[in-house]
Design a protein around this ligand. Structure first.
Ligand SMILES: Nc1ncnc2c1ncn2[C@@H]1O[C@H](COP(=O)(O)OP(=O)(O)OP(=O)(O)O)[C@@H](O)[C@H]1O
Ligand SMILES: [Mg+2]
Length: 234
């Protein structure tokens, strides 16, 4: 791909330091992500997948190296600018859904728009539209505890994409789901990628999902051990 990358990492390193131990989690990761990609990062437990997602999402800072978002170094951003960036440019989906229990499905979905200052009517319209797109509009007025894990994770995806971020980062989004529900969820993400051009980068160690992704990056011991674009995928 020749276009400018959406995100680029340059020799990204992260070492966690506690009182007694230093753990190198990333040992020099350089890669590019482009708009419109549908990419999984796989690798054994402890290989650094979550660490990489946290750094890309501005939830944590690297020990050394740099992340460029649309060409601009993220290290140059102060706390407030970084928070703003997370709000406007990055969607997150976590393993444990992380829905707010006291808000309905519709309110959960519209929450980021509320933080962005979108007026109520518009945010409800946009939230309803994305819930419909994902086939869960019938749960709009339910609380998360009343719907299944697979449905909750659909809501988490709706919430992540409703504000049309530049990229959606997902950490093991299918970890708590059975096989059929996991495959459905990946197909749903893939559908958003194909129809709306939503860019996804997600961590998984579920090998059943890997033939559904277009690009597969493999991490081993904090380094990229493989990066291939799969034939047969669009
Ligand atoms: N907050 C932390 N403090 C100290 N060490 C950490 C922290 N987070 C991760 N680590 C360590 O960094 C390494 C990479 O962890 P990371 O969570 O990024 O791996 P992962 O590939 O996501 O693993 P999994 O597949 O189990 O989710 C591991 O050795 C882990 O123990
Ligand atoms: Mg992890």
């Amino acid at each position: 791909m020749s276009s400018n990358p959406l995100m680029r990492t340059q020799d990204l390193q992260k070492t966690y330091v506690t009182e007694t131990i230093e753990t190198p989690a990333l040992r020099g990761v350089s890669m590019e992500l482009h708009t419109g990609e549908f990419t999984a990062v796989a690798g054994p437990s402890g290989s650094g997948k979550s660490t990489l997602l946290h750094l890309l999402g501005g939830l944590d800072r690297p020990t050394s190296g740099e992340i460029f978002l649309q060409g601009a170094p993220m290290s140059g951003l102060g706390k407030d600018r970084l928070a703003r960036l997370r709000l406007t440019s990055i969607g997150f989906v976590f393993q444990a859904y992380n829905l707010i229990p006291v808000l309905t499905v519709l309110e959960n979905t519209a929450f980021v728009l509320e933080l962005q200052g979108v007026v109520r009517r518009e945010r409800e319209e946009r939230a309803r539209a994305i819930l419909a797109e994902l086939g869960i509009e019938q749960y709009a007025d339910q609380y998360p505890s009343r719907i299944s894990g697979g449905e909750q994770q659909r809501v988490a995806i709706a919430r992540a994409v409703v504000s049309t971020p530049s990229i959606v980062l997902a950490d093991e989004p299918t970890a708590n789901l059975d096989t059929a529900t996991s495959l459905d969820l990946i197909d749903l993400m893939r559908g958003l990628n194909e129809r709306k051009g939503a860019t996804f980068f997600f961590a998984t160690h579920d090998t059943r999902l890997l033939d559904r992704v277009r690009r597969l990056i493999t991490l081993v011991d904090g380094r990229i051990a493989g990066d291939r674009t799969q034939s047969g995928q669009q």
